[in-house]
Write a protein that binds this ligand. Sequence first.
Ligand code: AMP
Length: 217
Amino acid sequence: MRKFVIMGVQGSGKGTQSELLCTDLDMVHISVGDLFRWHVQNHTKLGAQVRRIMNAGELVGDDMVESIVRERLDQHDWNWGFVIDGFPRNGRQAEFFMESYDIDGVIHLELPEDEVRRRVLSRRLCPNCGMDYNLIADRPKVEGRCDICGHELTTRADDTPEALEGRLRDYNEKTRPVLELFGRKEFVHDIDARPQADQVQAKIREVLGLPAYRPAG
Ligand code: AMP
C-alpha cells in the first residue's frame, strides 16, 4: 500500500497530478478542497459553515479539517493506497496526520508565484461535470462552454486576485513550515511543476520509483 501527500502552491497542478497517479495505480485521490466544495454545492450544514471562509480563500478551522479527513480515510476504500491533496496545510494538521498514518513520500510541486497568478486567474471549471480548463494551456473548444457536457464554465469563487493573495500568504506562512517538517524526515521530493502535465507526472514516478504512466485503453 502506498500513501503519498502532494503539496504545492495553488495552481501547481496538485489535482491533475494526483488524478494521473491514481488512474493506473489503483490509488484513491483524496482532495480536501473537493470534499469541502461538495458540501458547499450540496448545501449541507458543514457547507454552510465553510462557504464564506472558502470563498474568501481563507483556511477552514483545524477541527473541521481533521474530522473531514478522518471520516474520509475511515471509509477504507484505499486498499492500494491514497494520494492526499490540500492537506496538511499547517503544523497542527501535519502532527495530527503523522500520529495516525505512515507516509511513504511527499510530492512537492514547485511553481514560481508569477506563474501561479497566471495559471490560477485563467482557471475555469464546469460546475456540471467537474472538468477543468485553463484559458492559457487547455482552452475549451467553444469559448465559455464545457467540451464534455456543453454546460457554461464558471470561475472558482476563490480564484480572484484578492483571495489568491490571501491563499499565497497562508501558503508561505503556514504550509511551507510543514514542508520543512516533512523535509527533516527526508520524505520530500521537490518537483518542477512548470513543464507540461505528462512530463511532471513522469518525473514524479521516476523519483518515487513507480511504474511509468500507462493511460487506460
Ligand atoms: P483547495 O482546493 O485545496 O485550494 O482548497 C479550497 C479551500 O478549501 C481552501 O482555500 C480552504 O478554504 C479549504 N481547505 C482545503 N484544505 C484545507 C486544509 N487542509 N486546511 C484548511 N482549509 C482547507
